[in-house]
Design a protein around this ligand. Structure first.
Ligand SMILES: *Cc1c(COP(=O)(O)O)cnc(C)c1O
Length: 429
């Protein structure tokens, strides 16, 4: 690369990824093929519109590519329509609302503190400013979705659209119950499966079809692909409205390079190894979660059925999770601070720490590894950030990661573990 500054930053990020244990449940490692497709010459082509209905000439190849991606999405998710142009999960959600609602219409969705997402109508998001939002949450005792309460809220507020799906919810979502409520009040049901789409396509979590009117997933999280989203449906009329909402409603030219990355992602999903990855991810996450339960920590909802969980560290050690996040990062373990249901602290200094197994599983870590990781994390948190403990565990984390490189080929001519910290990298270059 001629630009040495960016070249060095790419290398620095590669090193960072190799030498940190990533337990952030929304993150993952895309394959080299996905990276190659995403950075391909398709980035050069303008193709506003949809296959066979473009506003530019020279689109014969991008048409083939986008049609291939759409066909794969339909096959993998078992549905009739797919829009693969959404640039991100947040814009995809906005496009869905734009397609089905008018400004000021009512939406019922999950409370952010209880595990929902900003783009489900948080007041700081455009979705919260354009639409009239009412939230459901989890039951105070079970910390699981209270479907009777969802029904009660919907009967009172009469929403035109209900969003089911979350970013921090460790239990299975009952689509059938959501559909019954949606039918009762005459609302559209949108399933946002961004966090669980890999489990859905491998039948390890119930499929929101045929219950949901629209299904949306990001592609960069559990499903381990290119950064962006896809929107799915079985209803032709809804599908047309969604296409119009994505373009020209919100976006201009699609990122055909990213669509190439999404197509490769879907190819990988269809391979036998993908189901193995998903099964391992579930077993690994359960092993990690069990270590916290054994150590007497309160895990939200008492456990996990999927790839993530959230631990209330504040109730146990009286330190907020922004501080715990830092202790763990010093030991090269990344898990993010998060609010918990009925949070009593502030969002910047909350009580919960959220973690999961997708990235670690992709890099090849097994159940025994996750058991050890759980024990190490508990030791650090129980010690209240004792420096000696942190340093001792950091050595073990680095030893483990060194045995499980993410991008073997990229690091074949240097050792990312040669340096002890990213500051040292800056000093060297
Ligand atoms: C991550 C996420 C999104 C938003 O995706 P971005 O690509 O970050 O905009 C939307 N919904 C849910 C449930 C998510 O977890």
């Amino acid at each position: 690369m001629k630009d040495k500054e960016v070249e060095l930053l790419i290398k620095k990020e590669l090193i960072r990824e190799e030498i940190y244990l990533d337990l952030i449940p929304s993150e993952n490692y895309a394959s080299q093929d996905v990276l190659d497709a995403s950075g391909s010459v398709f980035t050069n082509k303008y193709a506003e519109g949809y296959p066979k209905k473009r506003y530019y000439p020279g689109v014969e190849v991008v048409d083939e590519l986008e049609e291939l991606c759409i066909e794969r999405a339909k096959k993998v998710f078992n549905c009739n329509f797919a829009n693969v142009q959404a640039l991100s999960g947040s814009t995809a959600n906005l496009a869905i609302y734009l397609a089905l609602l008018r400004p000021g219409d009512r939406i019922v969705s999950m409370n952010l503190n209880h595990g929902g997402h900003l783009s489900h109508g948080a007041h700081v998001s455009v979705t919260g400013k354009f639409y009239n939002i009412f939230h459901y949450g989890v039951d105070e005792k079970t910390e699981m979705i209270d479907y009777d309460k969802v029904k009660e809220i919907c009967l009172i507020t009469k929403p035109k659209l209900i969003v089911a799906g979350a970013s921090n919810y460790s239990r299975k979502i009952n689509w059938k119950k959501f559909k019954a409520i949606a039918d009762l009040v005459g609302a559209y049901l949108v399933a946002d499966i961004s966090h669980i789409s890999a489990l859905v396509v491998t039948n390890l979590h119930p499929n929101p079809f045929p219950y949901a009117d629209v299904v949306m997933t990001t592609m960069q999280k559990q499903i381990r692909g290119a950064r962006g989203a896809i929107i799915l449906s079985n209803n032709e009329e809804i599908a047309k409205k969604i296409d119009n909402a994505v373009f020209p409603g919100i976006q201009g030219g699609p990122q055909e390079n990213i669509i190439a990355g999404k197509a490769v992602t879907l190819f990988e999903v269809m391979q036998p190894f993908f189901k193995t990855y998903c099964k391992n991810m579930l077993a690994n996450n359960k092993a990690l979660c069990d270590e916290f339960i054994k150590a007497g920590y309160h895990v939200i909802s008492g456990g996990t059925d999927n790839h993530l969980f959230c631990v209330d560290v504040f109730s146990k050690v009286k330190y907020t999770s922004d501080i715990v996040e830092k202790w763990l990062q010093d030991a090269h373990i990344l898990a993010n601070k998060n609010t918990i249901p009925f949070e009593k602290n502030s969002p910047r200094t909350p009580s919960g720490i959220r973690m999961g197994s997708p990235a670690g599983t992709t890099r090849g870590l097994k159940v025994e590894d996750f058991q050890n990781i759980g024990k190490w994390m508990v030791k650090i948190i129980n010690s209240k950030g004792d420096e000696k403990v942190i340093n001792e565990i950091k050595v073990k984390v680095l030893e483990l990661l060194k045995k499980h490189p993410i991008y073997k080929d990229k690091i074949s001519n240097f050792d990312p573990f040669e340096i002890d910290s990213l500051n040292e990298y800056d000093a060297k270059k």
